[in-house]
Design a protein around this ligand. Structure first.
Ligand SMILES: Nc1ncnc2c1ncn2[C@@H]1O[C@H](COP(=O)(O)OP(=O)(O)OP(=O)(O)O)[C@@H](O)[C@H]1O
Ligand SMILES: [Mg+2]
Length: 312
């Protein structure tokens, strides 16, 4: 089932008289399936935040339509089933973490009898119980992102929209957010998130879309887009003493009993390794020569827009 769907979604901003109109989104059609982690990618200014704002009805589209949990943008608000973490969260600096969550619990109409239990549970989930009485102005960036995620989950939403949840975090903070996104998926939620940190996206997303200047350039599963099933596999094997690679039907770079060779795809690798194990060959390493998402991203943008200066 499509939890989120856009159909030719278009947004034209009217800027100043001199600068005229600007098309921030141009006929965007995507579908996000139930229970998946979907990465919404694109360089700065691609139209990602604009899309999220339309899905949340903070902006109205110029043309096209979108369906969130089956309801279109004109239908009754579905926002009580959608969690959202903004790109630049502005939280009330003098509230403590717990007061902040209480505020959002009321805003999201969590019944008063359930509020405290829900808040305790979320603080625990994002690892912020220790900082519940600390004012937000004293929170580090990582703590702010974590309390922001707790806020987004306050009303137990089915769909969670996260705008750059890992931005500005150190590697440990990023890993924590990745783990939290995974646990949201385990709880049966669908996660749609924007990020510039492509290695994180490659780690956790099943499908991605790449957007540039408002236009959809790529959409699909990472396996399809990166061709991982078909990619070559680099292996290192230890051949039994006195043996030669040719005895096992192998060739490649052979030194000190260790052979480095390449198999042409995942299937061949599985078959060959199974046979070789039976013949006493030791497997030292197996590394797929998978194209990175970053390579795909840069190639995709450069192919349509060679002069575009990519921010790294
Ligand atoms: N209210 C507005 N009025 C005019 N132009 C706008 C408005 N909001 C956004 N834009 C323009 O629309 C384009 C898309 O902006 P958007 O914020 O959606 O990009 P983004 O993909 O989220 O980029 P980033 O990665 O930098 O967050 C940008 O060129 C931006 O300047
Ligand atoms: Mg943005």
């Amino acid at each position: 089932m499509a939890v989120l769907k856009t159909e030719n979604l278009t947004k034209v901003f009217r800027r100043s008289w001199r600068r005229g109109k600007f098309t921030a989104l141009d006929n965007l059609s995507i579908e996000v399936h139930e229970g998946e982690i979907f990465g919404f990618l694109g360089p700065n200014g691609a139209g990602k935040t604009t899309t999220i704002k339309i899905l949340l009805r903070l902006l109205s589209p110029t043309a096209g339509n979108a369906f969130v949990l089956g309801a279109d943008l004109q239908a009754d608000p579905t926002r009580f089933h959608v969690g959202y973490m903004p790109e630049n969260p502005y939280f009330y600096r003098f509230l403590t973490g717990e007061e902040f969550l209480k505020f959002y619990a009321r805003l999201n109409r969590v019944p008063s009898k359930d509020r405290q239990r829900r808040i305790d549970h979320l603080l625990e989930m994002v690892g912020m119980t220790h900082a519940r009485h600390v004012p937000l102005k004293e929170y580090s960036k990582g703590m702010t992102q974590r309390i922001g995620l707790a806020q987004a989950l306050m009303h137990d939403p089915k769909l969670v929209l996260l705008d750059e949840p890992m931005s500005g975090l150190d590697p440990i903070g990023r890993k924590e957010i990745r783990d939290l996104i995974y646990s949201m998926k385990d709880q049966g939620r669908t996660i749609f998130f924007c990020s510039h940190i492509l290695s994180d996206v490659q780690d956790i997303c099943s499908r991605v879309a790449i957007l540039h200047r408002g236009k959809l350039l790529k959409l699909g599963s990472l396996d399809d887009l990166l061709g991982s099933e078909k990619s070559k596999v680099r292996v290192q094997l230890r051949v039994p003493e006195q043996g030669k690679p040719a005895d096992y039907g192998l060739s490649g770079d052979f030194h000190d009993g260790v052979l480095r060779t390449v198999f042409s795809n995942t299937e061949e690798t599985n078959q060959r390794l199974f046979d070789l194990r039976g013949k006493g060959v030791q497997i030292l390493s197996v590394v797929p020569e998978r194209r990175s998402l970053e390579d795909l991203f840069v190639e995709t943008i450069r192919a349509t827009d060679p002069k575009f200066a990519l921010e790294t």
